[in-house]
Design a protein around this ligand. Structure first.
Ligand code: ATP
Ligand code: MG
Length: 424
């Protein structure tokens, strides 16, 4: 016999009842994005590899080691999307959306990264994110942060902390680069292999390192504050003023630089400790140079991505498994004749009711049917046995209040009324 085939390492099956929690979160996300005026963008889960190499950056973890890349039958290099920003900008360019002024998009869906699987880190994960394009001013930075914060706040995640920083622009970033090079170069040999490789290409990324060997040198590195140009300083101050006015708590954290090459000025993360070590549930920032680097018109933009797995884990850690209220109806037909009468009634009820209608088709005792009702977390049982058949009645049992009432057998409308649902 062959052995069982299992899901690939680093992936998860999302099964009921957990999938209902995903669906509920996704619904709240769609609703939140709509209230902020964002439209959903859906892009393919695979793209040309070139898009991510150019759009994410060659010195990023993603492009250096995490991409799922393969050649298709036409010998094209294809990559499963490791993030959404580059694909969303690619789509916007392709459909000439940047010519139509400022834009607001959001997305929800799977991403793929070849990572070492561990708690909160998967090879297929899911992100919700937004992109706001066409605004160079701090209002847009504030707006996307406010949106992310609203999601976190509305779920009662008290432990989450908003970390903000600025990493400058074309004017002041080169100065910072020099300052960092001067700081790290004398210790080049002592840095981690990743950081040694990145030193000359992108020393900012060393600040982002999770490697112990880099830690001491990162702690003593100069901060951006010392070299920030006036325009960037003003932009950051205005953003902080908006955050203060909105009562959104934050800390300025000079070590936040974000893992992607395309960020300018504002960068931010929402960090939580509920998953053990500090972990980033949401990361984002401004990326004024990305659209142009993909061959589009110069377009300021700002956005974030939030990991749904980590978000749900935070909810679990904080609120535990929340008991779902009983909902729906278990239709119970005892015997062939009862079943034959119930099947069409159930069909009609499913058309009529907003709550789920469950029915089991096997011959079982009433008690076994009631057990199934419990498993389905049904609120009511609709019981049709031989006594009820003879009387032309149906028992509606409230499984929570443990009360029975009898209604005439036949009309679905009577059942709906007994369950307190109006007929539409
Ligand atoms: P990290 O520093 O944890 O590797 P990152 O900087 O690679 O995160 P982003 O690319 O900014 O993360 O992605 C945004 C969010 O998506 C992260 O904050 C996290 O919540 C989630 N995320 C990223 N990679 C994974 C993964 N492999 N598994 C689960 N969630 C992930
Ligand atoms: Mg990562």
């Amino acid at each position: 016999m062959s052995s069982h085939i299992t899901a690939p390492r680093g992936t998860q099956d999302i099964l009921p009842p957990t999938s209902a929690r995903w669906l509920a979160l996704e619904r709240r996300i769609h609703d939140l994005a709509r209230r902020f005026g964002y439209g959903e963008m859906r892009t393919p889960i695979f793209e040309s590899t070139e898009l991510f190499v150019r759009g994410v950056g060659e010195t990023t973890d993603i492009v250096e080691k995490e991409m799922y890349t393969f050649f298709d039958k036409g010998e094209r290099s294809i990559t499963l999307r490791p993030e959404f920003t580059a694909p969303v900008m690619r789509a916007a360019l392709e459909h000439k959306l940047f010519g139509q002024g400022p834009q607001r998009w959001y997305y929800v869906g799977p991403i793929f990264r070849y990572e070492r699987p561990q708690k909160g880190r998967y090879r297929q994960a899911h992100q919700f994110g937004v992109e706001c394009t066409g605004y160079a001013g701090p209002e847009a930075d504030f707006e996307v942060i406010a949106l992310a914060w609203e999601l976190v706040r509305s779920h009662g995640i008290e432990d989450a902390v908003l970390n903000v920083n600025t990493i400058g622009d074309d004017v002041c970033r080169p100065r910072y680069r020099e300052a960092l090079l001067a700081h790290f170069r004398p210790h080049a040999d002592e840095l981690s292999a990743d950081s040694q490789r990145r030193l000359e290409k992108n020393p900012l990324r060393i600040l982002d390192s999770k490697d112990e060997r880099d830690h001491a040198f990162v702690t003593t590195a100069p901060t951006f504050e010392s070299v920030l140009c006036d325009a960037c300083r003003e932009h950051f101050a205005a953003l902080r003023a908006y955050l203060d006015a909105a009562g959104i708590p934050y800390v300025v954290n000079p070590k936040i630089v974000r893992g992607l090459d395309y960020y300018t000025r504002t960068v931010f993360e929402i960090i939580s400790c509920v998953l053990g070590a500090q972990s980033t549930v949401c990361g984002g920032g401004r990326y004024d140079g990305l659209v142009a680097s993909l061959g589009g018109p110069p377009t300021p933009a700002v956005g974030f991505a939030l990991g749904l797995e980590r978000f749900l884990m935070m909810l679990d850690a904080l609120h535990g498994e929340v008991e779902q209220p009983r909902a729906g109806v278990q239709a119970i037909g005892l015997g062939t004749q009862a079943r034959a009468l119930l099947v069409p009634l159930v069909t009609e009820l499913r058309r009529m009711l907003a709550q789920p209608v469950f029915m089991d088709y096997d011959d079982r005792k009433l008690l076994a049917h009631l057990k199934m009702a419990d498993r389905n977390n049904a609120r009511y049982a609709l019981i049709l046995g031989s006594d009820e058949l003879a009387a032309g009645e149906l028992v509606v049992r409230d499984l929570e209040a443990r009360t029975d009432r009898r209604i005439p057998l036949g009309r679905a409308g009577d059942v709906a009324a007994a369950l307190g649902e109006e007929q539409s």
